[in-house]
Design a protein. Sequence first.
Lengths: 296, 275, 354
Amino acid sequence: MTARVNELADNTTVLKYALVAPAVFVILLIGLYPFVQLALTSVQNVTMFGADNSFHGAVHYERLLGDERLWSALWNTIWFTAVALPIELVLGYLLALLFLQPLPLRRTLIAIILLPTVISPIVAGATWRLMLDQRFGPVNQLIGWIIGRDVEILWTINPSLVWPAVLVAEVWQWTPFMFLILLAALSNVDREQLEAAEVDGAGAWTVFRKVVLPAIMPVVVIAVLIRGLDLFRVFDVIWTMTQGGPGTRTETISIYAYQMAFREFEISYSAAIAFLVIVLLTIAVLVALRRVEIAR
Amino acid sequence: MRRWENGWRLALRLVLALVAVGFFAFPIYWLAAISIKSPEEIFAYPPVWIPSGINLSGYVALFRNGDVWAVWNSLVTASVSTVLAMILGTLAAYGIVRYRPGGENLTIWIISQRMIPPICVAFPIFLLFVSLGLVDTFVGLIVLYTAFNLPYVIWMMRGYIQDIPPELEQSALVDGLSRWAVITKVVIPMARGGFFATAVFTFIFAWNDFLFALVLTRSEVVTYPVQVTGYFGSQSTFWSQIGAMSMLGVLPMMLVVATMQRFIVRGMSMGAVKG
Amino acid sequence: MADLQLVNIDKHYGAVHAVRDVSLKVESGAFVVLVGPSGCGKSTLLRAIAGLEDITSGDIIIDGRNVTRLAPRARNVAMVFQSYALYPYLTVFENIAFGLRARGETEAAIRDRVNWAADTLSITDYLNRHPRELSGGQRQRVAIGRAIVREADVYLFDEPLSNLDAKLRDGMREELKRLHARLGRTFVYVTHDQVEAMTLADRIILLRDGVIEQDGTPLDLFERPETRFVAGFLGSPPMNMLDVTVEQADGIVRLEDGQMLPTDGLGIPKETGHYTWGIRPEQMRLAQKGEPHIKVAVDVVQPTGSKLLATTIAGRQKLTVELDAHSGVDAGQTITLAVSTTRTVFFDSDGRRV
């Protein structure tokens, strides 16, 4: 057996393709089959009442245009991304500044801060749901202490508070990610350049704009891209905290697509939604990459 | 930059740092506290901040009603899929680095697979699994996690393998190893730090997954995150079970952070930042 | 111990023709050095022998066995790499033992062989260390140890000394030569350094643009270079190349600036015409009274301690001369030089020796 493998491996042409073939095959399972399936389903009419596999043209895509719940879910997603991302970035940056220079117990403290990012978003959501419980949660009690009377704020039920509640959980979980990446980037900023700038009499803001920012920019772009893509498909944390509610108040595009596919069994329609999301994401990524190239 | 700082500035920084640490650590403390509180303490008003003792009734309940199998299911699916993804992914990464099949396009295609939102492919995969009889099976979940993590493994291992000087492999070839043995005896030992780090992250992704587990499991291979959400009932919420089950999911991650700190930046930024 | 034969080797990299129809036979136990400027195909050839590079056409025969299509491990060659290629995660002992283990030798045999190799290279003290704890010179020894520990048919060296500093390089050169004498094995050695080629080889193969320019003993190549390229490549400081006209009938060599040097007719080309006259710096001396000579102006002098290197100008051409350290020659002087044509060489307009 081993000898046989060795002999086969001697043929570099065989080896060249044999090494990647199994992985490519497995990836095709999520990289090809679903797309074909989505494309087919989205032009048929498959619902909980039965599968009509005949060609229905673009009816489901037309429906997308007039679906207000879809557009509000999309708006929610974009809004959530647009708010959470800068908060995480700025908080992460400030935190990184705090830890850039020596500090007692630096490594341990950093490790503790990192913990939220490696736990399951489900656990993060569950934890914050417990934290924000109107009666038994510590958050309301803390607020009570501050304002001097007991409060029973319904964080995950009150429509005007539910987004801030979800936002807190999201920011809590992912700011450490930004923090860590920015800390690494800041540690790599050339000390001599900073010193040269100081010797030249540049003020703090100038030093930041002319020396620090250009140095960390590539890393910031990557971090924003990774987090942006994650935020755009946010599901878990909101699902645990609100399931998209109250009503459809916190419904994001992922949650809406899930509801359509697995609750309402609008299979064909959900396929059209999935396609829309993929197209939007592809455009977003291409635009982002183009901007990165221009920036270089 | 100044090499020294006066004591006040350092103290201020320390205080701010501790406040930040408090913000990030407290929710996990609260979770841990709930998991060891007695029911009376959990539902006390005002809330009890420090448990009076260790009450393991939440954990005992998990063992008694068999829900703890969810942790086992997570462990099996995450471990096996990690092993598979590491084997297939490392071989593919090596092939891509040394023999360049398909040129740049293959790499770009593979990494683009990482960007697909799970929800978009969840239903087609569900249909596929229904027709293959893979819904609610270990095999199904393992295959899926393997497939979903492979782009990550290939991308990361590609970076680590590129750092290995080709002469080391050539020398081994001349010394008597086959091209196959070179992978196991030279490439993997050379990249072992990155290999373990990648494996750990692959494990974390599978361990923490929720959406696929939600869609593709029913009762047999329910994983711990799905189980956690199950405790938020419409009638009642099982606080101590939520605490206990969540803590079982968090504890391995604490271990990861404690031991793998130096790999975390690179692992999470997909190698874009070498921390 | 075995001989090595290359038959009509060709190698293309896309449009680049890196090795062109190279054939040669290396006798068993020889120390052959492949030398040439970078890009001449010497490393490609060595790697082809090892099996690390596929050749486009031709045959590689080791000990009568055609190994052209065999995997590297089946060729029974050992190789030392320029970058040493040591495994950082293994101790020195395990690094040296690597090839033996790969071939499934017994533990006892491995220990014997490794200890012998370590002893031969005086690295016994470092056997339990890791490569990162060694100096460059020590790593170099370990790399050589990894090769000689094996009973290979042919030992290949790919610029093994080029990462060492000058002093260590001199020492290792001597040691390699001693090692070859002791082992009596077939060594094929690639370098771009002509000093290494001259000092180590008992046969030099000089390559240029993928073709063998000349193949012979070091002295052959040094004293009877077949082409102007070979003459210029070997020797330091390099050979002087003067454009001259030879008047065969009178036995006169006329320099570009019109100076005429009468000769006894020996060693000069058989036909009158334009030539390039190759003179090594050490083939000239200050002329005695009445002796035939050429007159040159001294531009710069560089004492080396044992000798004096004078850069002189003859007309518009530069001429470097190696003189006695105490000759008292100084910049700005005009001196007369005697040179015998019997050992110098002439090249025709195609760069071939006549």
